[in-house]
Design a protein around this ligand. Structure first.
Ligand code: HEM
Length: 445
């Protein structure tokens, strides 16, 4: 049996490095072992990471006889998403749940979100005071949270929405440190940390969020309104083949998944985009020229299709992909990847971070260079910030639309300046990545 190479360090050390310094560890492993390597990134299964586009195509194409993408492997999301959301569902159930949610995040619906995206961005920008520095990630997180709340509930600025926004921010903050992830992987560590565990108030916060969500669901059941077009209304009117609607618990789990997966990720991507745009005058000027060429009040679809804005967003998601890997795919029948043998039970992760740093695809990968995306067409297995196949990010279209409209609004309505002049790197933030310290900006007009 010819297994993929892997570090010789003890498994526990590998796991700790994966939790605390994932990017530098992946850089080291990719340069030592190349396209595929074994790494002890979870204690329950042998795991392999690959950044080879052909191997990525094999593992991500879809659920096949050789590889599956069982939801049980995403158990780490259960504390927030519960057991009945699409993220932890498998096979037919998974497909069914995706089909229910998908229409709310695609096509015609996107146009309806344009107004709210612009409105929220304007409102949040208006709170920034001239000459007072602010952390851009805090600002983008406020924007994306308000937007996803509106898309999910259609409750703009109602007392219930404001309270839920507050509780959700605390929940996500409490799970953002690598320590809380470590405590999740090693429950004993959570006990040892006791009051120092950043996620210690998690249960109480979660109960508060659940109470608000269940109240809202009940109110809708009592007063159905067929005119409503938000995601909750859509899910409440959905019926499966037997004519059954979703239960309250199913609804709660799906909403919580969308609310959390749907704003932290986009907030980080937006913060990086603003950082790179304002760091380089040439990039900012090019973008402004492109946006200004559209005249006053351009249509959201026209903004969405702008080539340079698209290249800037893609380069942002390439250089610091918010998700470092895809969800795991599991080997069902013995297969060979990149000339190595993988046994049933092994987990294979698409290494998004390693793929986006490949010299052969992205020469000088440390450099932020949007032009790459204008000069070359990348395949879905060379550039994959949203993963691919059966579990490809369901919010892909929504996130890209939101990123472009928010950036366009910021660039054309205020003048900002980067206050943080030194280089900012990425670090782990809970299950994803984020800037390693606050990026400060200041408003000039
Ligand atoms: C820049 C923003 C985002 C990034 C980089 C991102 C990235 C990802 C990645 C890499 C996956 C795993 C895909 C795979 O294993 O193949 C994923 C799954 C998922 N994402 Fe996103 N995401 C973003 C925004 C969103 C938004 C806005 C939503 C919802 C509105 C969302 C909801 C989900 C859900 C529900 C899944 C699980 C899909 C499944 O299990 O079938 N994401 N995302």
């Amino acid at each position: 049996m010819h297994l993929p190479p892997s570090p010789r360090t003890p498994g526990a050390i590998q796991l700790l490095r994966w939790i605390f310094t994932p990017m530098s560890y992946m850089d080291e492993c990719a340069s030592a072992y190349g396209d595929i390597y074994g790494l002890n990134i979870r204690p329950d299964y042998p795991s392999v990471l690959t950044s080879n586009p052909n191997a990525l195509q094999t593992i991500l194409t879809s659920d096949t006889k050789e590889l599956s993408s069982p939801g049980e492997l995403n158990g780490i999301f259960i504390p927030i998403s519960g057991t009945q959301s699409l993220i932890t569902a498998s096979g037919k159930q998974h497909q069914r749940k995706r089909q229910l949610v998908m229409p709310a995040l695609h096509g015609e619906r996107m146009r309806a979100y344009a107004n709210i995206i612009n409105q929220v961005t304007d409102e949040v920008i208006s709170t920034l005071q001239i000459g007072v520095s602010f952390s851009i990630r805090n600002v983008t997180q406020t924007i994306t949270l308000k937007i996803i709340m509106q898309a999910v509930f259609g409750l703009y600025n109602s007392p219930r929405a404001i309270e839920l926004e507050r509780v959700l921010s605390y929940i996500l903050e409490s799970t953002s440190s690598p320590l809380s992830l470590a405590a999740g992987v090693f429950p004993i560590l959570g006990k040892v940390l006791g009051k120092l565990n950043p996620a210690r108030d998690f249960e109480t916060l979660l109960q508060q969020a659940d109470k608000i969500i269940y109240e809202e669901i009940q109110e809708r059941r009592n007063n159905p309104d067929s005119e409503r077009v938000d995601i909750l209304s859509l899910l409440m009117s959905a019926r499966d083949e037997d004519g059954q609607g979703m239960t309250n618990v199913e609804l709660r789990d799906e909403l919580m998944t969308l609310l959390t997966a749907g704003h932290e990720t986009t907030a980080t991507a937006l913060a990086w985009a603003v950082y790179f745009i304002y760091k380089d005058e040439t990039i900012k000027t090019k973008l402004l020229n492109e946006l200004n060429s559209l005249g006053k009040n351009p249509d959201s679809n026209t903004i969405f299709k702008l080539p340079y804005l698209t290249a800037v967003c893609n380069e942002t998601l390439r250089i610091y992909p918010v998700a470092l890997t895809t969800f795991p795919r599991q080997v069902e029948k013995p297969i060979s990847l990149c000339g190595y043998d993988l046994e049933p039970g092994t987990l294979v992760y698409g290494s998004i971070y390693d793929t986006h740093r490949r010299q052969d695809l992205y020469p000088n990968p440390e450099q932020f260079k949007p032009e790459r995306f204008l000069e070359r067409q990348y395949s879905a297995y060379e550039f994959l910030p949203f993963g691919g196949g059966a579990r490809r990010c369901i919010g892909l279209a929504f996130a890209q639309f939101e990123m472009k409209l928010v950036l366009a609004r910021i660039l054309t309505s205020v003048q900002l300046e980067l206050v943080t002049k030194t280089k900012v790197n990425a670090k782990r933030r809970g299950l994803v990545s984020a800037p390693d310290r606050p990026i400060y900006m200041s408003r000039l007009n």
